[in-house]
Every structure is written in structure tokens, then in C-alpha cells.
Design a protein. Structure first.
Length: 473
């Protein structure tokens, strides 16, 4: 079936719009949008919509330039919603937005691009407390109505901090990055488990599609019980898999000092000495950094995967590339359909394969990839290809941009950072994500208000299952 006809049919079944976030086949993304779009040096164009929260300038922190925007929620419900109405509409086909952000507590941040009728697309990302004030990568999470992406007139940022009505969010450097014209999926295996070789390898090898996977392994645990051996890694590599780092022991990349540094950096030499060449890639255990481990990762790795998200553009921050871990079979089907219908890049990772349902999910994912790739609706990517895409980017950013180590003060006036000197090092392995606020497919784990005040109560409202009445605003 011809690709566009297939997408229209699939989107109709899934209940989503038939548009994609990519430009047409003959068009390139609008180059004048790539890079910084708003540096927040002036907040005059911005306002708190319907007095939901507040936006003020602060010169104490800035990701670019001399100031940033400080967003604080409305006290009665913990929401903040700010918007900028553009003097001239912009064409956002083929691009995805993002911002630099930091917060004193975890909050999900949503960027909405609205047309003249108020229809919009939304890109979201979890902002974790204590992370450096730098650009973050946003993935497509919602379509409301039938947005005309060639004529976006309003930029809106929405967040929710919880019922206590407290929190501070720093925002700077609203930017745009290009997205792949055809939706792209990366397949990964985290943790270096034996079943990645005895079970997953066969499923991947039997795919009709050439499906180069990536195995992220804790190098100090190679050869342990139920773990991959060096011979297993050589077999995976010979089958076309990329071998990357899951830290030295698969433990949290937090704390400070020599133990944390070795956990981050020692796998690089271990892999190189054993002939596993290629880009230096890392999957962050539990998707959590400390400030120090993040800076080490920037220094020593080409690409790193951390944080929940799907259908994102090429990463403005290649060291926080989003990933979805251990989807069910049903979730795997949905995220593939969402990525194919809307474009962008989605990374899917599997961990322990504790039961047959996990293997079923992988088999469903591979079967879905085969169907969508054969229809021309999806492509399979690799870390190398992502890096090639990043190298082709020319994202204009302020020459004054410097990642800041400190984020925002908490309500007691004390600077909030990810870790402190008294952090206790742990050898407990992390499996999957440890972020309790991370949303999961098909379930609403963010207990956010619905309706006109904040039109996004959870994944059922925003994902491939389609829209509900809560979309109307």
C-alpha cells in the first residue's frame, strides 16, 4: 500500500489526525526556525494565560543571554500556563520545539503550538529537579483538533506542580530542531542479561527487516550468573548489534567522587580494549543523572539515553535522548503506530525478560516494525545514524550560552541541586526507570486536573488511542 494511504488508514483506526509533523517529501524544514527562536531577553510578548500562574524575568540564572523566565504556579491548583501570540504565523512542519529548563521539583512541561483555531500539537518532557539549566529534548505527546502546522500563531507552555501550589520552573532558549520525514524507531536492550542473547537475538534475527539493535551492558558484570559473557557480546556484535555502556555495574549514576566517575567512564576503555568499536553510547540506569555524572557523560560519550519520551526530533541535547522501557505488547503496537503516523524518533528498550509477556512484547514490536517498514511508514535507526543527523544540524544558539550547575532556589531560599556531598554510593542495580512520575503508555500516572484549566490528564488523552472530549478548550 502506498505510504500516505497506509498512514491515513492506520491513523483512522488509531483515532488520530492524518497529519505528520514532517514537511512534505519535497520540502526541507524551515531553516529560519532551526535553533533559538526566543531567548527570553524580553518577556514583553509573554503573559500568563487567564492568570494561571505567573511569569517574571530573573537575571540570577540564564541558559543563554542575560536573563531567563521564572514560572510559578497558581496557588490553588499548582498550574502555570504562559503563552506568546506571534505577530506573524510560523510554519512548524518538519520541526519540533524545545526549551532549556530547570526546576526545584519534578514537573512535566508541555509545549503547545496552536493555529488560528486553537488546534494544536503538544510536545512534552519531564523536568527533573536538580538537573543543569540546559536544553532538553521534547517528544510529540498530543494532537488536539486538526492543527494547521503551516500557520502556527501561538506558543504556549503548560506545567503542573501538584496540589500544594508550590514550585519554580526556569525557562530559557525556546528552540526548534528538525524531525525525520519518516518516523524512526531504535531498538535497545539494557542491562546485559543472558536472555538478550539466548532469546532476543533470535527474535531480532528472524525479522523481515534489517533490525540492528543496541545492547547496553554493565561491563563489570559481564560473565556473572544470568549475564552475557564476552563470547555473547562478540556474537551480538557479529550480528550487527552496537555494544554500548550501561555504566560499570548498572547502578545509579549519582553521587560524586571516584566511585561515580569510574561507574561512568570505565566501560569506555573496557569495550574498546575488547574490540567493540563505534560511537561511545550510554544508557543511563534508571534514566537519572547527578550534575557531576551528567557533565562526565557530556565529556566522555557521544550519545546517551535518559528520560521518558517518544516521537522526538533530533536531539538538541544528545546526552538526554529519550527512551521508553519495557512496553507491553499493546503499548509496543501503539507507540509504533504513533511514531509512524506523526514522525519523529522513538527509542524502545527491553531489560530483564522476567516472563513470557516480556518476550511477547518484543515479538509484537518486531512484527509491527516489519509491517510498518514494508509499508514505507517507518524506518529503523541506529545510534550512529542519530549522530550523523546531529552532525548535520546547524542549530543557532547564543554565543553566551553556558550550562549552569545550580538550578532554582526552593521555597526556603536554599539552592537546590541534584546531589549533595553526603550522598551514599550504592551498588544496587537499577532496572528500567526509577522516576515515579514518569507516565506510562495507556495509563494516567500524572494526577493532573482535566478540562479547560489543563487539557492533559494523561496518556489516554494524548497517545495513539486518540482524542477525547477533554481535548476541547
Amino acid at each position: 500500500m502506498e505510504r500516505r494511504a497506509y498512514l491515513a488508514t492506520m491513523a483512522s483506526i488509531a483515532g488520530i489526525s492524518t497529519w505528520t509533523q514532517s514537511a512534505t517529501a519535497d520540502d526541507d524544514p524551515p531553516s529560519d526556525l532551526l535553533g533559538t527562536f526566543d531567548d527570553f531577553e524580553s518577556l514583553e510578548p509573554w503573559r500568563a494565560y487567564q492568570d494561571i500562574g505567573s511569569i517574571t524575568a530573573t537575571t540570577e540564572y540564564a541558559a543563554t543571554g542575560t536573563q531567563s523566565a521564572l514560572l510559578e504556579p497558581r496557588e490553588d491548583d499548582g498550574q502555570v500556563r504562559v503563552r506568546r501570540e506571534l505577530e506573524e504565523p510560523i510554519d512548524v512542519r518538519g520541526v519540533a520545539p524545545g526549551v532549556a529548563m530547570a526546576a526545584d521539583r519534578s514537573a512535566r512541561v508541555r509545549l503547545q503550538l496552536q493555529d488560528y483555531d486553537g488546534h494544536y500539537v503538544e510536545f512534552s518532557r519531564q523536568c527533573r529537579a536538580g538537573m543543569p539549566f540546559v536544553r532538553d529534548n521534547f517528544g510529540l505527546s498530543r494532537i488536539s483538533g486538526e492543527p494547521d502546522l503551516s500557520a502556527v500563531e501561538t506558543l504556549q507552555l503548560v506545567s503542573w506542580f501538584g496540589d500544594d501550589g508550590e514550585g519554580q520552573l526556569l525557562v530559557d532558549d525556546w528552540y526548534f530542531v528538525p524531525t525525520p520525514e519518516t518516523g524512526t524507531v531504535l531498538v535497545q536492550f539494557h542491562g546485559g542479561y543472558e536472555r538478550h542473547s539466548t532469546e532476543a537475538l533470535e527474535i531480532i534475527a528472524n525479522a523481515d527487516t534489517d533490525l540492528p539493535a543496541t545492547a547496553f551492558v554493565p561491563t563489570d558484570r559481564i560473565g556473572e550468573r544470568d549475564r552475557l559473557t564476552l563470547e555473547d557480546l562478540e556474537t551480538l556484535s557479529a550480528a550487527g548489534w552496537t555494544i554500548g555502556s550501561y555504566g560499570a555495574r548498572g547502578t545509579p549514576l549519582d553521587g560524586t567522587g571516584e566511585v561515580m566517575e569510574a561507574n561512568v567512564t570505565s566501560p569506555i576503555s573496557w569495550l574498546a580494549e575488547r574490540g567493540f568499536d563505534g560511537p561511545r553510547v550510554l544508557a543511563v540506569p534508571g534514566s537519572r543523572y547527578s550534575t557531576d555524572s551528567y557533565e562526565l557523560t557530556q565529556e566522555h560519550y557521544d550519545l546517551a539515553f535518559s528520560g521518558w519520551g517518544l516521537a522526538q526530533g533530533y536531539p538538541a541535547d544528545p546526552h538526554r535522548f529519550s527512551v521508553i522501557t519495557d512496553p507491553s505488547a499493546e503499548e509496543a503496537t501503539e507507540l509504533l503506530e504513533w511514531t509512524a503516523a506523526s514522525g519523529g524518533i522513538t527509542t524502545v528498550a527491553f531489560t530483564t525478560f522476567d516472563d513470557e509477556e516480556d518476550l511477547e512484547a518484543l515479538e509484537t514490536l518486531v512484527s509491527g516494525i516489519d509491517d510498518l517498514v514494508s509499508a514505507g511508514a517507518l524506518e529503523v535507526g541506529t545510534p550512529e545514524q542519530v549522530l550523523e543527523g546531529i552532525s548535520d544540524l546547524d542549530l543557532e544558539e547564543s554565543a553566551d550560552a553556558e550550562p549552569t550547575d545550580t538550578v532554582v532556589d526552593d521555597s526556603d531560599g536554599d539552592a537546590v541541586t541534584e546531589e549533595t556531598d553526603d550522598v551514599v554510593e550504592t551498588d544496587d542495580e537499577v532496572i528500567g526507570s526509577t522516576d515515579a512520575t514518569e507516565p506510562e503508555l495507556n495509563r494516567s500516572t500524572d494526577a493532573e486536573p482535566s478540562g479547560d484549566n489543563l487539557a492533559d490528564p494523561g496518556w489516554d488523552e494524548i497517545g495513539p488511542r486518540g482524542r477525547t472530549d477533554a481535548d476541547s478548550e
